[in-house]
Ligand binder design. Structure first.
Ligand SMILES: [Zn+2]
Length: 428
């Protein structure tokens, strides 16, 4: 069976995050049939150990289910495999299929299948299986011809402040200001693309309007650049605003809001003053080194909450960035805390990465080292088993986590051929 045929079989077994039992059981059964010693931990990670292996391959076995998934109807189009009206799960199902194929050929490798990667790297974070191999190749990157050697770590920063309101003591009228048509994007891999943040655009407008702030909210998720934001303001009677300013839509309200947030203009000024986005670049790999995304602003009756996600390719620089961010918001009298930290996998090629690169150079036009400004399981696995030398490769996968996901079929074959050679090189 080819890798693609194995992948198609996997697609028949539901494996959305948190609901991957069918695939889990299949992997265990297959590994046992191939003579592996199989162990499963409390978080459903599966280790298939070969007694003589130096190299362990690793992929996550859950997928993001969008649209019709997990009922996948596969089709091929111009050399790409896709699923009708759903995500495909090539991320990371192709990696799983490659590992199954090699296991069936009785190669001298171990395999680690991790659970629930797509919902916060849960499997890797809670792994409790013994890894005795010294080299790990992860198969969860999505660009052939690159050998991945690093990824960003991250920490969320949460800032809160009680809100006090008082009566406005002059005649006002009120406006609702809305911005909801921005493209958004991932706060890691898209942060360098000059995508405007709705929250920042709104603040940039408000600071130049004499206003009393009634409410200010926006953002969708901690790990995305805000698409939507809105504010209600009251302005002195003589002040008239245009209906449209750039991407802002401004609606005059019939109701007049007279309960303002005390020092509300400070909130707009603070958000405007905050340096959103890329803070520094790694000029060697030409990737983002440090970044921060002001992701969410939420207000209720008596509190404002601001959530940010900081990322760095270096753990110490991440600590510094988080500390600076906390200090910034503390200066505006916010209470601050950090949560949801995960480590960086600092991009420094090891001997194993060089060996993988040498093989890949034979199969691809280029095989440059690369790192990604987002979290990969490699970082967590490296901190779990610091003795490991890790690298990552994978075939061309486009638009993962969406109903437009596709995988390039020739790329799967090429990466698999390179993988077989890598496995051969590190087998006894
Ligand atoms: Zn993945």
């Amino acid at each position: 069976m080819s890798v693609l045929e194995i992948f198609k079989k996997i697609c028949q077994l539901p494996h959305c995050s948190h609901e991957a039992h069918a695939l889990k059981n299949h992997l265990i059964q297959e590994a046992k049939l191939c003579g592996y010693e199989v162990s499963v931990d409390a978080y459903d990670n599966i280790l298939c150990a070969h007694p003589k292996a130096k190299l362990i391959l690793q992929s996550h076995y859950d997928m993001v289910c969008i649209g019709e998934a997990p009922n996948l109807e596969l089709y091929e189009e111009e050399g790409y495999l896709k699923a009708k009206n759903s995500s495909l799960g090539a991320d990371n199902g192709i990696g799983i299929a490659m590992m199954l194929s090699l296991m069936r050929k009785n190669k001298c490798i171990s395999c680690l299948f991790t659970a629930n990667e797509e919902v916060g790297l849960i499997g890797a974070q809670n792994l409790s299986l013994p890894i005795k191999e010294s080299l790990m190749l992860n198969l969860d990157t999505e660009e052939e011809g690159f050998v991945y050697i690093g990824c960003a770590g991250g920490t969320d920063v949460i800032c809160t402040q009680p809100l006090r309101r008082s009566e406005i003591d002059e005649a006002v009228h009120s406006y609702h200001i809305i911005i909801d048509n921005l493209p958004g994007g991932h706060s890691g891999v898209d942060i360098h693309k000059s995508i405007p943040s709705a929250l920042k655009e709104l603040a940039a407008f408000l600071v130049h309007i004499p206003h009393y702030l009634i409410s200010f909210e926006g953002g969708e998720r901690r790990n995305s650049i805000s698409k939507r934001a809105s504010a209600v303001i009251s302005v002195p009677e003589g002040v008239i605003l245009d209906e449209k300013v750039g991407s802002l839509e401004i609606r005059a309200l019939k109701d007049v809001h007279t309960q303002m947030i005390d020092k509300g203009h400070k909130i707009s000024e603070m958000i405007h003053a905050f340096a959103q986005g890329v803070r520094s670049m790694d000029t060697k790999l030409n990737i983002v080194q440090n970044s921060i995304n002001l992701a969410l602003v939420h207000m209720d009756e008596d509190q404002i909450k601001i959530s940010l996600s900081a990322r760095s390719m270096d753990n110490e620089e991440l600590l510094r960035l988080v500390d600076e961010t906390m200090c910034f918001f503390k200066a505006f009298d916010f209470e601050v805390k950090s949560e949801g930290s995960y480590p960086a996998w600092k991009p420094e090629p090891n001997d194993f990465a060089y060996a993988v690169q040498t093989v890949c150079q034979k199969h691809f036009e280029k095989a440059d080292f690369m790192a990604i400004h987002a979290g990969l399981e490699c970082a967590i696995l490296k901190s779990y088993a610091p003795h490991l030398d890790i690298a990552s490769i994978g075939p061309n996968i486009y638009n993962p986590h969406s109903s437009r996901e596709s995988v390039e079929i020739t790329s799967v074959n090429k990466v698999y051929t390179a993988l077989e050679e890598i496995v051969e090189k590190f087998s006894d």
